[in-house]
Every structure is written in structure tokens, then in C-alpha cells.
Design a protein around this ligand. Structure first.
Ligand SMILES: Nc1nc2c(c(=O)[nH]1)N[C@H]1C(S)=C(S)[C@@H](COP(=O)(O)O)O[C@H]1N2
Ligand SMILES: [Mo]
Length: 366
């Protein structure tokens, strides 16, 4: 075999082409949030979604170092003790994979086949990225700051370390963290032990795990995960806009109890409180609407106020008197800028940012 046979270009499935064993293998490694776990404000350990492009590296915490270099006055080499000695800060963040919603697209881009649940919320603790950039003396001519993970692989024929960058202004935001703890405990191996970047409001790909390097550069970063992946392309030669901030989304906790195979929900007739969570990395969510007839008619949900955690999802509830029969439940978030979740898919070749509304089949019976 050759590398080109092993590592093929991205492609879109043929009409009606089923999800392949390769996609199943990815889906079994990278799990989503079980929707019932939307009940928790902070996602319990192990239920946060997971996305790993290559392998989870086994990092020896004692030997590990973070190297900060490039356009800086004083290159740094920091161990965990040095990072923990800096002022600590916690931020509650809802993180979502940019590919969430991909498996529902028609035609379907062939990749990790997420439905709607590639999301989770955690309390991240660490040091401000800005404090570390200031300690290194990042020069003003810096354009992008590049983050390198300890993981390594091949993607569409290109061998690489996982790397993503942020513009300097974004990297210097008050709430961007180098996090060594998740929900008060050291990061788990799969979530980036011993250190990861956390960029509130951005899709998951920006939050580089297993961080080993930070480099200030004088140009826009053109690595694979920027120039090739994570762009909203309509065709292979479309340059596309980069994928950055999380589009608004509301998800309902499926009510009642499920059928094992179809996941159809069974509920009894009578009054019922529907609940869910809504978030956006763009303008804040202003309101959530719920529909029990597949988006034909909408009712306003009660939405928790923003409170102290502007980057975390917010709970909403709606009252419903269920009548016997079949129903399709859905919800949509609308931001303060008037951006509403669409009923129709948002299509791109990579299958990014498809925030089309959820659909839950419900059978109401005695
Ligand atoms: N080093 C590294 N960082 C990474 C990734 C990766 O494969 N390698 N995956 C990214 C993507 S695409 C997502 S969606 C998030 C997922 O974070 P989680 O697994 O902690 O939920 O991590 C991001 N950070
Ligand atoms: Mo992702």
C-alpha cells in the first residue's frame, strides 16, 4: 500500500450511501454527550463529548515542558509547577465540535459522523494565556500565535502535529486559558493532560489538547487545520471562510423513556415540562422557542438569565399538555443579533457548523 491509498482526500458520500465501517470506527472512539446528560449544568466526568484526530498521547508529567518561542523577547520553558505557581483562573465553557450535525447532512461529508450531541460543559482551571504571553514578551509585530499538541498523525496525505493558531488579539482575550484542570481535577488523558488551550466561544478545534508549544509568528498561520481543514467550502476549489465561533443551538432533553433500537420516546398523556440547554459563541442567546409539531408552530420557552457564566449553556423549560398520538419535538435558539437556528441544513464540504434544529420523535400513549 502507498500513503495515498491509506490517507485519501476528503469526500462526500454518494446519495443514499450508508455510514461505513471506517466512520463507525471513528464514532466509537469519539463519543458524544448522551442527550439526557443535558440535565447537568456541568457535564459529569466521562459524559463530555470527545474528539481526537489521531491517538491520545501518553504524557509523562515530570518530563513534560511547555515551550514558548518565536517572536518573543524571552523564550520560556515551563513545567507544570511553574504554571501552577501563576495566578489561577476558572472559566465555565460550553464546547462543541465544529462537525456537530455532520451526519444529518445530505449529501453527507465522510468524516466523524456526529448527529447533534457533540457538546459538553466544563469548568476549566488554569492560567491566562495572556499572562504567559506577557512573561515571554510577545513582540508587537506578531500576527498569529500557533499552538502545537503532542499528538501526531496523517490527514488527507499530510503528516503533521496537531496545530491550530489564534490571531494575537484573540489570544490576548481575558478568558482564554491554558487549562490544567477540568471540573477541579487534573485533565483526563483524553481531554488533553497535562495542559490544553481553552478559547471560550470557539468551536472545539481551537482548544488544542496535549499542548507542548506556543509560537508567535509574523504572518497568518497556514497549517493544515487552517488552510485545508475547518473552512466553509461549497466545492473543493472554494477557498471558503475559516470556521471560528460556535453557531447558536438549542437541544431538548428527550422526554419520557426511549425505545432501545429506534430511540423513539414514549410518553403518557397529560402535562409535561420540556427542558433543554441553549448556547452560542456568537451573540448571546436571546430566546428559545419550542415546537411539538416539527416546527409548524412555536411557543416561547423560559430561558435562564445569563448570570455569571457567559460562555456556558443556559437551561430552558416549556410546559406542554401531551395528547395521544405521534409528535415531533424541536427547539430553536435565537441570538441577540437575530441569528436564528435554521430548520434547513447548513451545508459545507467538511460538514461544519450545521446547526439545523433537532428532531425528536415522540409517541404519546396510555
Ligand atoms: N492536540 C489536539 N487537540 C485537539 C484535537 C486533537 O485531535 N488534537 N481535537 C480538537 C477538536 S476537533 C475538538 S472538537 C476538541 C474536543 O475536545 P474534547 O475531546 O476535550 O471534548 O479538541 C480539539 N483539540
Ligand atoms: Mo471537532
Amino acid at each position: 500500500m502507498t500513503i495515498d491509498e491509506v490517507s485519501r482526500p476528503g469526500r462526500v458520500a454518494a446519495p443514499g450511501e450508508a455510514i461505513s465501517a471506517e466512520e463507525l470506527a471513528l464514532a466509537a472512539r469519539n463519543h458524544s454527550l448522551p442527550l439526557e446528560a443535558l440535565r447537568w449544568e456541568i457535564t459529569p466526568p466521562g459524559l463530555h463529548y470527545l474528539l481526537v484526530h489521531y491517538d491520545i498521547p501518553m504524557v509523562d508529567a515530570d518530563a513534560w515542558r511547555l515551550r514558548v518561542g518565536g517572536l518573543v523577547d524571552a523564550p520560556l520553558e515551563l513545567d507544570l509547577a511553574a504554571l501552577r505557581a501563576l495566578p489561577a483562573r476558572s472559566v465555565r465553557v460550553t464546547m462543541e465540535c465544529a462537525g456537530n450535525g455532520r451526519a444529518r447532512l445530505e449529501p453527507r461529508p465522510v468524516s466523524q459522523p456526529w448527529l447533534v450531541e457533540a457538546v459538553g460543559t466544563a469548568e476549566w482551571t488554569g492560567v491566562r494565556l495572556r499572562d504567559v504571553l506577557d512573561a515571554a514578551g510577545v513582540r508587537p509585530e506578531t500576527v498569529d500565535v500557533v499552538f502545537t499538541g503532542a499528538d501526531h498523525g496523517i490527514e488527507r496525505g499530510v503528516e503533521q502535529d496537531y496545530q491550530r493558531a489564534l490571531p494575537l488579539s484573540e489570544a490576548r482575550r481575558d478568558d482564554v486559558l491554558l487549562a490544567y484542570a477540568m471540573n477541579g481535577a487534573p485533565l483526563l488523558p483524553q481531554h488533553g493532560f497535562p495542559l490544553r488551550l481553552v478559547v471560550p466561544g470557539w468551536y472545539g478545534m481551537a482548544h488544542v489538547k496535549w499542548l507542548v508549544g506556543i509560537e508567535a509568528i509574523d504572518r497568518e498561520f497556514d497549517g493544515f487545520q487552517h488552510a485545508v481543514a475547518y473552512r466553509m467550502r461549497q466545492s473543493p476549489d472554494d477557498p471558503g471562510e475559516p470556521v471560528t465561533r460556535i453557531a447558536p443551538r438549542a437541544l431538548l432533553v428527550p422526554p419520557g423513556h426511549p425505545d432501545f433500537m429506534t430511540r423513539t420516546r414514549i410518553i403518557r398523556p397529560g402535562p409535561l415540562t420540556l427542558e433543554g440547554r441553549a448556547w452560542s459563541g456568537r451573540a448571546p442567546v436571546d430566546r428559545v422557542e419550542v415546537s411539538v409539531d416539527g416546527g409548524g408552530t412555536w411557543i416561547a420557552a423560559d430561558l435562564e438569565p445569563i448570570g455569571e457564566h457567559p460562555w456556558a449553556w443556559r437551561r430552558f423549560t416549556a410546559q406542554w399538555r401531551a395528547e395521544p398520538g405521534s409528535h415531533v419535538l424541536t427547539a430553536r435558539a435565537v441570538t441577540a443579533d437575530g441569528e436564528a437556528q435554521p430548520a434547513d441544513q447548513v451545508w459545507s464540504r467538511g460538514g461544519f457548523a450545521n446547526n439545523a434544529t433537532q428532531r425528536i420523535d415522540v409517541l404519546c400513549t396510555d
